[in-house]
Design a protein around this ligand. Structure first.
Ligand SMILES: [Zn+2]
Length: 194
């Protein structure tokens, strides 16, 4: 952010009075432009023993497989956003039951939070949207584990195939850290089962 979106003056990055963090401050109109983490919402669409995945047609990780997910829009709920993204990216209509919330990932190093919901495919009608190259159903043994786009997606899929053995799907929250060599660590911070 370089210019004020209220008055177009050049912004200065400094710690405002009473604050503790540097902010983009406008000295002309007095606006302070706060930047906060973005929420990414998505679904884990289930059909029998299969999961619906999308092959990404856009960067980052073009050509890799992912669960349908995207940035939450203003004015929508997290679940509504996840269902919308599933329709947009996979052309799929899904049904969310009362216990759909499944995984939450805090990614403080890249200023994002991910939420995934467990949902069921309403039918076998699906087709790639503009951001997807291909959409397909996979059983556990068919999942292209080495071709999964994001660690949060891989963790959610692994967790699902673990939980399905006991048919118990507690809500888990993970902290994800990216170290300087871009190595990623994922740790469970909270689990609704314990
Ligand atoms: Zn301004």
């Amino acid at each position: 952010m370089k210019y004020c979106c209220d008055c177009a003056a050049l912004l200065e990055v400094r710690i405002p009075e009473g604050d503790e963090r540097p902010r983009h401050c406008c000295d002309r109109c007095g606006s302070i432009h706060y930047q906060n983490p973005k929420n990414v919402v998505g679904t884990l669409p289930v059909y029998g023993d299969q999961i619906l995945l999308c092959k990404r047609a856009i960067s980052p990780r073009s050509g890799k497989w992912t669960l349908p997910a995207g940035f939450m829009e203003n004015g929508e709920s997290s679940l509504t956003g996840a269902i919308r993204e599933t329709k947009e990216e996979a052309g799929a209509v899904v049904i969310a039951k009362k216990n759909s919330l499944y995984t939450l990932f805090n990614l403080p190093d890249i200023n994002q939070m991910y939420l995934f919901f467990r949902v069921e495919l309403a039918n076998l009608k699906f087709s790639p949207g503009i951001e997807s190259e291909e959409v397909a159903l996979f059983s556990e043994s068919e999942i292209p584990w080495e071709e999964i786009a994001f660690p949060v997606v891989k963790t959610t899929l692994k967790q699902y195939f673990q939980d399905i053995k006991s048919n118990n799907f507690p809500v888990r929250m993970f902290d994800v850290h990216h170290d300087q060599s871009r190595k990623i660590s994922t740790k469970v911070i909270s689990c609704s089962d314990s």
